[in-house]
Design a protein around this ligand. Structure first.
Ligand SMILES: [Zn+2]
Length: 244
């Protein structure tokens, strides 16, 4: 993509993303770019562009690398960096009170593209989970992490930094954290949310469902009570016979 001498942005890619304002996955349209003269005079390494969300019309700010200068155009990288991301959500109701604020800050780091802070907070959140679940729980989380790797078919090169972030300790030889790029951060985000869901949310919902079923069976009511089902079958048979 490039900016021509008349300040027009030429972007032949159709761009779509999750809007940070309305959270809809939608196309975006370029609305503002820096002027050719400004870029030619100052020669910055990167510059900013503004797109418009086609769903809610809000402005979406992007960063682009400046690739090169010619007499009639300034080349920009086709890959744009999103400055704002939609806030990451999680249903915190089933989390222990000491873990909820840690996970909340972890997700905020991700939403603000602070990937190294995000990785550090991922480890801190997992340390709180291990303290909460005990040694047996830690082993279960480890198994669950391997399940995620198998299900997502991640190769060792992609998976190793994620495992190191989550299970590493400060007593490991430096550097304590591998560098995290935006793709690894996105993977780490999905893994951490999945682990939290498996460790707390799924368990709590299953327990709640069993309590409701047990209460239903004690009162003798409920949708599975005998009496109504045979009548329904009869009426279905009658309908079938009637139409035949
Ligand atoms: Zn929007």
């Amino acid at each position: 993509m490039y900016i021509d001498i008349n300040n027009r942005l030429h972007d032949d890619q159709t761009r779509a993303l999750t809007c940070p304002h309305c959270a809809v996955y939608t196309h975006v349209t370029p609305v503002a770019a820096p002027s050719f003269a400004d870029l030619a005079a100052t020669r910055p390494k990167q510059t900013g562009l503004v797109y418009r969300c086609d769903a809610c019309n809000s402005p979406i700010f992007m960063r682009a690398q400046v690739r090169g200068h010619a007499a009639d155009r300034i080349e920009l990288s086709a890959q744009l960096e999103e400055i704002e991301r939609p806030p990451e959500s999680f249903d915190y109701a089933d989390l222990p009170p000491e873990i909820e604020p840690l996970l909340s800050e972890t997700l905020q780091c991700y939403s603000n593209s602070l990937f190294n802070a995000f990785a550090t907070m991922c480890r801190r959140t997992l340390q709180a989970v291990f303290a909460n679940l005990g040694e047996a729980g830690k082993l279960r989380v480890f198994d669950e992490l391997n399940n995620v790797r198998d299900m997502a078919e991640l190769d060792l090169e992609t998976f190793a930094p994620i495992k190191r972030v989550l299970f590493g300790t400060d007593s490991d030889p430096p550097p304590h954290f591998p560098p995290i790029d935006d793709f690894q951060a996105a993977l780490l985000l999905e893994v951490v949310k999945d682990l939290m869901y498996e460790c707390y949310v799924r368990r709590a919902r299953l327990r709640q469902a069993i309590v409701v079923r047990r209460a239903g069976s004690r009162t003798g009511g409920g949708p599975d009570a005998t009496g109504s089902a045979p009548t329904e079958h009869k009426s279905h048979d009658a309908l079938a016979n009637g139409s035949a």
